[in-house]
Design a protein around this ligand. Sequence first.
Ligand SMILES: Cc1cc2nc3c(=O)[nH]c(=O)nc-3n(C[C@H](O)[C@H](O)[C@H](O)COP(=O)(O)OP(=O)(O)OC[C@H]3O[C@@H](n4cnc5c(N)ncnc54)[C@H](O)[C@@H]3O)c2cc1C
Ligand code: SF4
Length: 336
Amino acid sequence: MAKNIIIIGGGPAGMEASARLDALGYTVFLVEKEKALGGHLARWDRLFPEGKPAGPVLDSLVGNLGNTKVLLESDVLSLNRLGDSFRISLSSGVSVIADAVLLTTGFDLFEASKKEEYGYGIYDHVVTNADVEEFFRTGGDPRIDNPQRIGLVHCVGSRDEKAGCRNCSKVCCATAVKQACELKAKFPAATVYCFYMDLRMFGRGYEDLYLKAQKEYGIRFIRGRVSEVSERIDKTLQIKAEDTLSSTPLRVTLDLLVLMAGMRPSREGTKVAKMIHLATGDDGFLSSLDGFGGMQATSIPGLFVAGAATGPKTLPDTIAEARAAASLIHEYLQKS
Ligand SMILES: Cc1cc2nc3c(=O)[nH]c(=O)nc-3n(C[C@H](O)[C@H](O)[C@H](O)COP(=O)(O)OP(=O)(O)OC[C@H]3O[C@@H](n4cnc5c(N)ncnc54)[C@H](O)[C@@H]3O)c2cc1C
Ligand code: SF4
């Protein structure tokens, strides 16, 4: 008899693992709380470092799902062990018994309004990285109205003790550099500044993107944290910062401020983890067995994790983890 697997979270990690396990002949139930699959990928326009459109990447993940049973708009009401199996009950009234469970509940974007000093949700021309993706994807946002002076602030809600988020979100330096170039291409007369603490351009091709941003697009990189933003009567923004390389205090007037909101633990993912007594780390992300060979396993036999549920991650790393989890689940089910 085919064995059942439940995958909770229909983002890139959940879809990739579903496709792999479906192809191996398992009966896969993919549970997603939203109306559609895709997770955060469905919100992005183009992907760093090359600027590849996100749409076809998403379409290919969905297209590979095969016979996966997709359960949309399904909140998890309970998840518990039943001997060696697991039982899940969903808000739709569906209940499934499974031999293995994979948590791919992803991340939440940091709520930029929590950093009151930046004025997100208060000042007219302050937006987030996710808003910029939406602007390029849908073609319109009244807050982004032919800006001539644009500032991007790195590390918003990351590496910030005061905001309760010590971790680096890994993806937002590359996203900032990519968006700085895109905004410059869209508004060629604009001066574009990136205010950064450190530039963490660690991935393949990222350094080239950074060089291109400086040489081809003339993006101005300023090392320093923006301490304060205020709105003037004409709706322009006055920001205070310090150039920490030259120890010079700066005041810059901008027409648009973009906040690089970081990756936070998924609230809904944490709720499900609590139901099954899976621990979370000090950073709030789900705990795997260890950070080396046991990255996709957990302390609970038959329960696995993959993708941004265990910490900030790029898409290629997410997909690689999903494949690793699928292979581990296969191994586990062959033995059990
Ligand atoms: C602004 C920004 C831009 C980015 N751009 C890039 C880029 O250009 N290139 C790149 O490589 N990476 C990029 N990333 C990173 C990329 O978005 C992540 O690597 C990827 O989304 C992680 O996929 P995931 O499936 O683990 O999580 P998610 O995309 O967060 O998907 C998780 C899914 O699980 C669902 N879910 C959560 N809890 C439950 C529950 N209890 N029940 C049911 N469903 C649940 C959610 O609704 C969601 O659909 C970017 C990140 C940010 C913040
Ligand atoms: S990736 Fe860059 S912007 Fe994002 S938290 Fe790390 S250092 Fe800050």
